[in-house]
Ligand binder design. Sequence first.
Ligand SMILES: [Zn+2]
Length: 500
Amino acid sequence: MKTVIYARVSSKEQEQEGYSIPSQLKLLNDYALKNGYKVVKEFIDVETAKRAGRENFNLMIEFLKKDTDTKTILCEKTDRLSRNFRDIAILDDLVNQQSLSIILVKENTTISRDSKSHEKFIFGIKALMAKNYIDNLSEETRKGMLEKAEQGIFPSAAPLGYTNCEAKNGGKVMKYLEIDEQRAPILQKVFRMYATGDYSLALLTKQSYEEGLRNKRGGKVGKAAIHNILHNPIYYGTFRWYGKLYQGSHPALVSKGLFDAVQEAFEALNRPKQTKRHFAYTGLMVCAKCGCAITAEIKKGKYTYYHCTGFKGKCGNSWVPEKVLEEKFADIVKKIHIDDDILESIKKALLSSHSEEIEFHKKRIGILNAQKTKLENRLHQIYIDKIDAKVSEEFFDEMTDKWQEELSQIKEQIGRHENSDSNYLSQGVHILELCNKAHRLYLQQTPLKRAKLLHYILSNCTLDNTTPCPTYRKPFDIIAKGLSRSNWLPLEDSNLGPGG
Ligand SMILES: [Zn+2]
């Protein structure tokens, strides 16, 4: 049997801790040899916090699509293989259409067309958590950006109206924002016009296009972008970074006064009109027949009906009473339900499959604690040496500064490792618990809260006669699909094992 091998490292840290490519390749090649697989190709990706590193994953998918004789991927663990739901969807297609098997050697799991749906589901949830893990790693990158923010340097790509510039100061590269002479005057005009309260966003969008405003790709700057520009404090000289406002070192495009006037104009223009009744589910659906919005009205003074606005002419879609709609939405919510016992067994499976990550963090914390103790002892010793006049004042200052700095870095690292254990699992578990509760919650709630829950789990919904047809958000789509596919069996009964 022909197989490919896929290996990946996600960060320098892991590379040092025995997660290395050579150790993955050895494990996988040994497995292939023992179980009668012929390895036809190895694909290896190196991923950093900054770069996704998926080139060879994509090449592998291309290879498998062409070479249909190769029906197996050998990989160490789920989080080596997939980082996002797009990948999962691609793999899922190959599994179903080309009878591909994915063998996760360390997890003792095979994903194939015959796998139980809950195994596929766990695979999906693990991938979600793996993504979460990568997000934790990119914290590193974010920290560097935070430092920039504190120096008043906007740490990201320049917003429209500015350009990113670099200058060398000694050996150091300084980055800063400079005014984009072409776009800035148009944006200033947009601010001034909006502040008068006489122009709608749509009109300003049109106007600014006619004045020659284009985005960085040369395209039209849309209404939503204009809206964001008018709300962005960067234009009066400050900027927001992870929820905090920083005083920027860049030149302002408009005064704070003009910016505030624009915000007031926004409030005045968008104050909710009291006269219009709010229907809970209108914003949730579009017409399946013509794509127009769905609106609602009250008949005979008490019955609410939903129907197509018919903006493009009569489309033949029927009217649906709110009561009927609510019952059908209840079924949509029910589709993502997970029973208590299944919830518990999946949680258990997730925890055990990540015992290795937890072990990894524990080990790092152990090493860091040893370093911490060593530094603390040194600091104590040099203090005694200073009292005993064995070392000079200067030497004492120099060394304590250095060691204190190291110590605070180590403490920070320990904190990060302590947090990552729980972060890693919490999102997956949170989603599972929501699935467990969603239907019960839905039945107890008011229409507005029901609509909010529906918005959370659905990305899109069309109304076809009296039936809402949902598109679930990820990962609820996997859950909804998985549950309708086949019955869920207790985990213990269905462990196919590798090669099974
Ligand atoms: Zn319609």
